[in-house]
Design a protein around this ligand. Structure first.
Ligand SMILES: [Fe+2]
Length: 361
């Protein structure tokens, strides 16, 4: 059986073609119900996911239809479609966005012993609206010729005058930064998080621009000595043979900063680890193929899928006992912050305010 990516993926890229999908949901619900299909709305755009969906189709006989789009676009689409939405599974690359999807009524709580056994409690919604199936740490890549690892024990260390003009980071509109700040708000409150944002802005090497990968490449170019990035981008950089990436590859090492309060010298909560976020999914509120949706989520939390996420996409598996990719393990040990990730969605609006107040563009 061939995966059906092209049709659905093409639709989402063209907003004007929104109606056909809508029509599909309205015109043929009965036929659709009898078919073994699962309709997936996903923000993830990785080859690993395509391969896993194809494997799921082969093993289960359930056809996977994929709509791929930006997460805000997916949420708008779900809003417009309402109860007619054909979505069975919603997947995003951020717990904050999953929290927003839940708040807006797009997800349905699921209680499933397999999912609950495979996904640790802090990496899923307490009510079962969503489940993480990969973990990504927001770490600091640094130029090992210019920075010593002990200078980056905490996120607060980045605010030191030592890093004046040295920090590379993407814009604040990106949810990875918003979720990092949301985690700080959950731990330490809005004032503390705002002052951390101000400290980062004061030390920026340039106005924020580009992707996480662009920040890594900028280290290679000597434009700054520290970059706040998600771990899998570093893994992918290290695996790349692209000659244009060699300078960055040769220069970079990785620090796993701990969450700490930013008040100088004061350690309020020792042992809070490195900020992690998840990529995950849940069953859509108006899913017409709920059993198939649960089967797919279970499959994504299985040993084989978890290993594929680790090796193929350099993400940390959520299921205990499945090792991270060797290249990531080589950078050091991740001690994940065990904050309940449903907090990220809860504090997203405040995080945006803190970033704005700090002038983080
Ligand atoms: Fe990403």
């Amino acid at each position: 059986m061939k995966p059906q990516f092209s049709t659905f993926a093409a639709m989402i890229k063209k907003p004007l073609l929104f109606l056909p999908l809508f029509a599909l949901a309205c015109s043929a619900p009965n036929k659709d119900n009898m078919e073994d299909v699962v309709n997936v709305y996903t923000h993830r755009h990785y080859e690993t996911d395509k391969a896993l969906f194809a494997l799921f189709e082969k093993e289960s006989g359930i056809k996977v239809n994929v709509v791929m789009a930006d997460d805000d676009e997916l949420l708008s689409r779900l809003d417009a479609e309402g109860a007619n939405s054909p979505a069975d599974v919603i997947i995003t690359a951020d717990a904050g966005r999953l929290g927003l999807a839940e708040q807006r009524g797009f997800l349905k709580p699921i209680h499933d012993s397999t999912l609950e056994a495979n996904v640790p409690a802090h990496l899923r919604d307490p009510e079962g609206n969503w489940f993480g199936f990969t973990m990504r740490a927001r770490v600091v890549a640094y130029d090992k010729n210019k920075v010593a690892p002990e200078e980056l024990m905490t996120y607060a260390d980045l605010c030191s005058p030592r890093f004046k003009g040295q920090i590379l980071v993407r814009p604040s509109e990106h949810v990875y930064n918003q979720s990092l700040v949301a985690a700080m708000i959950a731990h330490f409150g809005i004032d503390s998080a705002t002052s951390w944002c101000k400290g980062i802005v004061a030390n920026m090497a340039r106005d924020p621009k580009g992707s996480d990968t662009d920040q890594l490449l900028a280290i290679g170019e000597g434009l700054g000595s520290v970059a706040i990035v998600n771990s899998y981008y570093i893994g992918k950089l290290m695996k790349s043979d692209d000659p244009a990436r060699q300078k960055a590859k040769n220069a970079i090492a990785v620090a796993f900063p701990l969450m700490q309060n930013d008040r100088e010298g004061e350690v309020l909560t020792p042992g809070i680890g490195t900020h992690v976020n998840i990529s995950g999914g849940g069953v859509a509120a108006h899913a017409k193929h709920e059993a198939n949706a649960i089967a797919l989520l279970r499959f994504l939390s299985s040993d084989a899928s978890q290993a594929a996420f680790a090796d193929g996409n350099m993400e940390y598996p959520v299921k205990p006992g499945i090792p991270a990719a060797a290249v990531l393990q080589g950078f050091g040990r991740l001690i994940p912050d065990t904050l309940d990730l449903s907090e990220l969605g809860r504090h997203n609006a405040e995080a945006v305010k803190a970033l704005d107040a700090a002038g983080w563009r």
